[in-house]
Design a protein around this ligand. Sequence first.
Ligand code: ZN
Length: 408
Amino acid sequence: MTKISPSLRATSLSQHNASVVFANIFYNGPITQREISRISGLSFTTTAAIVSRLKKRGIIERSIESSTNGGRPAALYRCNPSYRYVMGIEAQHDKLYLIVSDLAGHVLSRSTTPFDKKIGKDGFLDLLLQAVKNLIDSFKGQSTRFLGVGIGVGGLVDPKDGSVSILSHLPDWGNLSLKSIVEGEFHLKVFVQNNSDAAALGELRYGLGRGKRNFLFINVKDGIGMGIVLNGELYMGTSGTAGEFGHITVDDHGPVCTCGNVGCLETLTSVPALVQNAKKSITQGVTSMIKEIAGGDLNAITFPVLLEAAKQEDKLAYKLFTDVGRYLGEGIVSLVNLLNPELIIIGGDFVQAGDLILEPINDVLRRQALELPRKAVEVVFSKLGESASALGSVVPLVEEFVASPLSK
Ligand SMILES: [Zn+2]
């Protein structure tokens, strides 16, 4: 057993106590010193000493309100959200979406950098590093406030070293460590994770998942990703890849998927699947105003075009949305039976389709899911919009700060 010297023990104990006090203020604030002491089991004197240190450093501040619970008003403390900033990035299939937020998840600044799908690995890295630099530069004189950069990518990520083995939009990616590349450039702590895992964390801390124990975030864009929260924590599986919902086989004779298999869920229900089905039906002669809305060009049919057609009550557009909703619903039935979640949050492009997608999903759920788990679950759309992944990608950095507030 390692012998711990008294001074070392004292240091780690005081760091531990500081993290306990700060975590109570960060997650439960505004809160009084007496309440922190009661919840944490630390003495009032120890709590007051730590509160004083945190306040002196500007990490916490007195709230404007005060607690009048049981007599003399007591000061309430809360985290000073602008003590540190974090940058969150989602690398989407056609653009980089960046935000800077404070410790409370308020978005202070955002930027979007579109890119061509043929950009390649080097072009993508140049663009990413430049976009990060531009955003940091826009916070003139405040760069020391940055805790780090969180990145969510559509691909398989090893959470230990931030290496990305597949980046879905860049076939020439190889197995690079995005974490080391960005850390080396900016000397900031970098955390890389899958974009759907990041979005689930974003929902857990700042969105509809707040206070929920078991929920799933289904990200529908070019493909389908999923983030799983079980018992209040992100579940990542043995290799960190849990949640590849888009690659479950639903049709043995279905279309070939980007993963090499046949009939994966995302070949039947995703934005490209929807567009492909529209083109196929029109080519086969189905009457519809879709082509007309697309300016007469079959190749100009996009997700917004299909949405517009459905809004104008085009029968084919309506059927196409119903079909993808049903396929997604069938996948969701399996998730509900398997995991018994209380909430399923759908994010990504399908949010804009609203009831066009939600009604067939709920219809399939009502008919096919087991009664008990079905009664316990609600399917909703994310309200974080495009920010879910970027916001969630910074959560691990903020949590690390909460665990050792006086060392940063
Ligand atoms: Zn697949």
